[in-house]
Design a protein around this ligand. Sequence first.
Ligand SMILES: Cc1cc2nc3c(=O)[nH]c(=O)nc-3n(C[C@H](O)[C@H](O)[C@H](O)COP(=O)(O)OP(=O)(O)OC[C@H]3O[C@@H](n4cnc5c(N)ncnc54)[C@H](O)[C@@H]3O)c2cc1C
Length: 429
Amino acid sequence: MTVQVGKTTATMGKIALDAPIFDPPAFRLTNEQAAIITGARELGQTVFASRAAAYDRDATFPTENYKDLHRTGLLGISIPKKHGGLGADYQTYALAAAEIGRYCGATALTWNMHVCSTLWSGPLADDLDMDVSVRAEHERRRAIHYKRIVDDGAIYSQPFSEGGAAAAGGVAFGTEAKPVKDGWIVNGKKIFASLSGHADYYGVLCTEIAEGQTSSRRNTLYLAIPAKASGVSVVGDWDPLGMRGTVSRTLLFKDAFVEEDAALMPRGVYFQAALRWPHMFLTLSPTYMGLAQAAYDFTVRYLRGEVPGTPPVKRRMYPTKQIAVAQMQIKLEQIKTIWFQAVSEARANPSKEQVLRAYAAQYSVMEGANELAALAIRTCGGQAMLKSLALERIYRDSRCGSLMLPWTAELCLDRIGREALYEAGETDD
Ligand SMILES: Cc1cc2nc3c(=O)[nH]c(=O)nc-3n(C[C@H](O)[C@H](O)[C@H](O)COP(=O)(O)OP(=O)(O)OC[C@H]3O[C@@H](n4cnc5c(N)ncnc54)[C@H](O)[C@@H]3O)c2cc1C
């Protein structure tokens, strides 16, 4: 049974809760949004924060956190209410995910892969063009996936990286789905597949190729392949610098059969989404928005002598520390402002200005979170980078943000520069 978020506070004990990253009245959030986001923050602070160090140290998946996400309804945050979810829109999800990321980066990042399977097949797909019969079939299929999540706590992942140009959107995915009677046979390999070995379904982006056809991005399929399906295996080690709890190992598909109901989007809809709903790729950023806030929170607490486990020595009276905190606060507010605007204008067919702003927001958050963490370590000093404190993990986790395809920091710069200087179809010939 699902316990709705926002009702769990009474059981959370006497911990003084942090202020929200985005104060609901100041950012004009509705009561319903505020309740969902508050639930995420309380769960993050009172439960996930204390578990984060062990998942990081051992590079293990936060299984216990997922049980709590299910118990509180957050596993179905973006599933429509009529299907038993919380019905959160894109903005609400992003703000809730930032609060989770503030306390456990690996949980927020993997939760994003899971939530995207419902966000992309849900509110996002609702904005896209489909024939009436195709939409009805999609509605029937997504209900199957939603039920698994809401009733059984099923976890979905989202492996699309392959080590080539496909994840950046340059070419068709090399993982192939051959249509056969009642489904597809899938063959291929995905690298950096977060939740590998822990998701119940891998939401694989692959290319449908019938006999004699050539590979095309237009034929991208988004299939929920059961982890237990024959021909699915997880290989390789996982011992990275940061985001260690994501367990992003390599997935292999060898003649894995999936039935037609595995389709999380109808044929052609992923390609349409990538063109018309670009903010779908901004969903990796909330985790890092939370990490940026966490670096700032830590610094203020540390300089006030209030970080648990450290001597109550205040360092706030030094002008150099005050200037550093001022610089961090300014940077944090800059990141928050552009990011809030960008996640608030996620929609189909955004204007050119909105798309450029989305890239700029992604860049600002991904680079900014790590800059803030680095500044936090410099400002707090040597004792603050001990592994017994959260800042060292925040620093390593935040380093991963700008590496995430398809909108790495480099690719954001690339796109902003090109799209600002050229209109669609324009050349210098
Ligand atoms: C902690 C973590 C978790 C992850 N989880 C997932 C997951 O769940 N699912 C998933 O699909 N992926 C996941 N990834 C993978 C991630 O999105 C990238 O695919 C991966 O980091 C790419 O690594 P690479 O070195 O192979 O990139 P490469 O493709 O070798 O690219 C290296 C860099 O070159 C640049 N570059 C790439 N293509 C172009 C181009 N066409 N033009 C200009 N510059 C380019 C980019 O800046 C890129 O960062 C995860 C990564 C990390 C670090």
